[in-house]
Design a protein around this ligand. Sequence first.
Ligand code: GRF
Length: 200
Amino acid sequence: MKRVAIPISGGGSNMVELLKSMTGDHPARACVVLSNIPDAGGLAKAEAAGVPTVVVDHKPFGADRAAFEAEMAKALDQYQPDIIALAGFMRVLTAEFVARYQGRMLNIHPSLLPKYRGLHTHARAIEAGDDIAGCTVHEVTADLDDGPILGQARVPVVAGDTPETLAARVLVQEHRLYPAVLRRFAAGDRSPLIFEDAEP
Ligand code: GRF
């Protein structure tokens, strides 16, 4: 049984869907939910699901990213994770931290990578006049929002979309895609999973 650590920073809606999916003959189970934000809403959801939680507040470390990440790695490693599934985790990770978990750390990003790495992905897609948006699950490498693509779901952009309406439509697909990709990844299958186009 693979052990999955899930770092979050906010409401953790993706984390909740991952937890819900890891049952029965699923080859993985959550071992810990970690947050860098002490009052992240997702922490209570993880506790309600009976999953251990840990907070490593990044603020006291200021600009010392390496010191924060050393604490985060120490906290994670106490739970002996096989896989790290970043889910709405909003800290950029250094190459050193990534190297510790390279090949077994995933992230979900709300765009069709390689388009729109970084933030404000939905606003940028709307601004560019794109007809299609979506989300990507990828292996985490030292380069931000880069790394081998493990899954993608495409979502139509409709006239009048705002970043909020598009984000909501993409989030529905994130909640389908991430659990499906994690299950395959935990079973040793790294072939990309491409979902058919979602309804508008
Ligand atoms: C989602 O758009 C996800 O793609 C991004 O963070 C947002 C919130 O995720 N990584 P969650 O609800 O905290 O899982």
